[in-house]
Design a protein around this ligand. Sequence first.
Ligand SMILES: NC(=O)N[C@@H](CC(=O)O)C(=O)O
Ligand SMILES: [Zn+2]
Ligand SMILES: [Zn+2]
Length: 431
Amino acid sequence: MNILIRNGRIIDPATKTDEISDLYIEGGKVKKTGKGLKPKDKTDKVIDASGCYVMPGLIDLHVHLRDPGLTYKEDIVSGSKAAARGGFTTILAMPNTKPVIDSADRVKYVQNKAKELSPIHVMQIGAITKGQAGEELADIEEMIEQGVPAISEDGKSVMNARLYKNAMGIAAKYDVPVFAHCEDRNIVGKGCVNEDEHSRKMGLPGISNAVEDIIAARDIILAKETGAKLHLCHCSTKESVRMVELAKKEGIKVTGEVCPHHFTLTSDDVDPNDANYKMNPPLRTKEDRDALICGLKNDIMDVISTDHAPHSREEKTMPITRAPFGIVGLETSVALTITELVDKGILTPMQMAEKMSYNPAKIIGLDRGSLEEGKAADVTIIDPDAEYVIDSMTFLSKGKNTPFHGRRVKGLVKATICNGKIAYIQDGMTR
Ligand SMILES: NC(=O)N[C@@H](CC(=O)O)C(=O)O
Ligand SMILES: [Zn+2]
Ligand SMILES: [Zn+2]
């Protein structure tokens, strides 16, 4: 099946294209872009993309699919369908599953299941230590051979710097990036929200910026010593942004990631009776949020990822002190990015495509994130002007844990095309 996308605003960071044009997909590849293209065959699907962005398929570097072992929260099928609805054609799954993905066989399990059942590309990240216990290294080389795009201990930091440095050495040797969750276990305590005047007033244990900043600094120093590519996950503090800026100036191979909840909300918004405001790292102060936004605008921060972290209703209706950290993000990320950043003139649509597709592809050395002729046809069509209210009950994800339920937003994914096949489409979009 071939697809003609008509009259869309084609935004392609690879060629610096931003113009109204048509795009023809044939044999799973971008065959041609240009004005006035005609369908070649009666069986061609035609999508009218008038008023829509046509971007390279979005890539989410940070997703929790909970498969294997925690499939009451999410699984590869529900998670990949939610991702397709959110505009993503490639997602990277974190290894903090049950058991932890710390061997080639476990990587293979996800790869095979995804290949069979997912409408989009799913890439599995390998853990850094066995069982994420922080005591001995996982079979990193074997997992790299099996095709992991990155290694990560996400959910925690490898507190033993010697072990971590060894892992970085291996990562550097194979040119595979290390995705860092920065959290000093020794000072985080029982913290569940940002440490500030609100946490004190609410009597809730706080998480200070130092919890993140200390490990971010350590990791940057180790990246410098080992030559490893370091990607800082879910940056939430102003100091993290500053450190990424300084490290880049020094020529250290570091990239920074920001999640929509951290550029949308602050600790002012936290409802202490709703654990959907609890995630790791926590919602920080306005000063921190403004620094993240500024970092995205100035291209210090390279990536917008979701840190999609589904949990069950039972888990998230527990008191905020006991509920698990994390919120879902796959089906709200495009809308929050457009509403909070593009619509307010902070990011251009081109920067949005860079941070949600082109840069993520570059970081993992993936030949995607571009709409150039001849490339694999991973394409996302977004109506930036569609206004609606987020309803978590419509999510395809098993996780409904979001603080954005009921929020009015702009920006709706109309279609997601992966390898030239429709992975998701809104009703009434084709003829
Ligand atoms: N972000 C979260 O709050 N939770 C994540 C773990 C993580 O990303 O650190 C999870 O796995 O639930
Ligand atoms: Zn994390
Ligand atoms: Zn995570």
